[in-house]
Design a protein around this ligand. Sequence first.
Ligand SMILES: CC(=O)N[C@H]1[C@@H](OP(=O)(O)OP(=O)(O)OC[C@H]2O[C@@H](n3ccc(=O)[nH]c3=O)[C@H](O)[C@@H]2O)O[C@H](CO)[C@@H](O)[C@@H]1O
Ligand SMILES: C=C(OP(=O)(O)O)C(=O)O
Length: 428
Amino acid sequence: MQKLLIEGGHLLNGKVRISGAKNSAVALLPASILADTKVIIEGLPDISDVETLSYLLEEIGGEVERKGQTVHIDPAHMTAMPLPNGRVKKLRASYYFMGAMLGRFKEAVIGLPGGCYLGPRPIDQHIKGFEALGATVTNEQGAIYLRAKELKGARIYLDVVSVGATINIMLAAVKAKGRTVIENAAREPEIIDVATLLTSMGARIKGAGTDVIRIDGVEQLTGCMHTIIPDRIEAGTYTIMAAAQGEKVLIDNVIPQHLEPLLAKLREMGVHIEEGEEQLLLHRGNGLKSVDIKTLVHPGFPTDLQQPFTALLTKAEGTGVVTDTIYQARFKHIDELKRMNAQIKVEGSSAIVQGPTPLEGAKVKASDLRAGASLIVAGLMANGVTEITGLEHIDRGYANLTEKLDELGARVWREEMSEKEIQQFQNS
Ligand SMILES: CC(=O)N[C@H]1[C@@H](OP(=O)(O)OP(=O)(O)OC[C@H]2O[C@@H](n3ccc(=O)[nH]c3=O)[C@H](O)[C@@H]2O)O[C@H](CO)[C@@H](O)[C@@H]1O
Ligand SMILES: C=C(OP(=O)(O)O)C(=O)O
């Protein structure tokens, strides 16, 4: 088991290239189950979620061949093998095996998903969608059993705007008989990316990226080639790092429009940002002013950037209020930031950040993926060395993190933890 060490205070300079989007990749891999022939996906990020999903595809009989950032998946010999536990619990997106396997085999047995614990993360809307399409869904000892004689298109109104439910229903509906309409659908760029792959496979989908998606079922889907969009959350994290500790930083391979809510808030804080077609350039300014942020469904401020943004606010002059309306308890990073001298108070679904407070290096624990990102932002700014444990969370979503930070001039390295440290970590 490793820990991440950061010697803070060094200015970041240079270029960082953003990897393919985690939240696309984790849906595109299971989507390959629906094809009859080989699916080729390019631009895969080097993260543990991708590795785990690749193993799951192999567990059900897929032939998965990875060459750098490209993966070839031959789904021809896949079967409806139950996946009740094991790797399924390591990540959130294993829930996409429900929609994809139901779509192809009309049956699936999948354990309840894991992923970041951000407070309760129900999947009732996914189940509502599968049932509307004609499936019987039962929860037996922590595994979801899905069975259908036939899947038939239906009109499904999501009571909650959900990324996972929107994609899962698309996966289950592309081979159903007739038309499915998803109303109050989520509108994230990753949903468009999944719809693009499915369309290249032969699916008929209209409206992805709006809140009404229409899907006309087809009998057969075939293999294709697809390139993943850049990761807007990874890009946003490096943009926040550049705002916190950058002198001149170029963020390469981004779609700036995907980051508008973040860029607007950073500009309000006084950060200088130049937008290119696929790049962002940040220059060091004259101090930062505090702002308030409220996370909302897309295209609002993304909840996945709330935690790293909170760390940045410790450097800004004044009081900033951070409210998370998507995951009201997504504040596990706050106690760790406080260990580093941050002045933050949590009240209900808001964190009130008083700045500027010079941060001090400390031993801290990443409780989830973006809590980890928040601690990295803090560590880059802090005096002295910060030691971060819980890297298994960070490795789920940040490809080649130490290499990318090293290229920007940060002093960041990994070390093996001693037996005693592992014990302390497991007991904390
Ligand atoms: C793998 C992936 O893409 N993960 C992202 C996805 O997670 P995920 O797909 O799990 O998140 P959802 O969009 O489904 O969740 C949004 C909100 O709806 C609620 N909800 C969701 C489904 C449901 O059936 N019932 C219900 O009540 C959730 O508790 C949450 O409050 O979107 C989140 C919100 O942008 C991001 O933080 C995650 O990074
Ligand atoms: C919450 C996240 O991921 P997941 O849904 O995969 O747990 C995230 O990417 O911030």
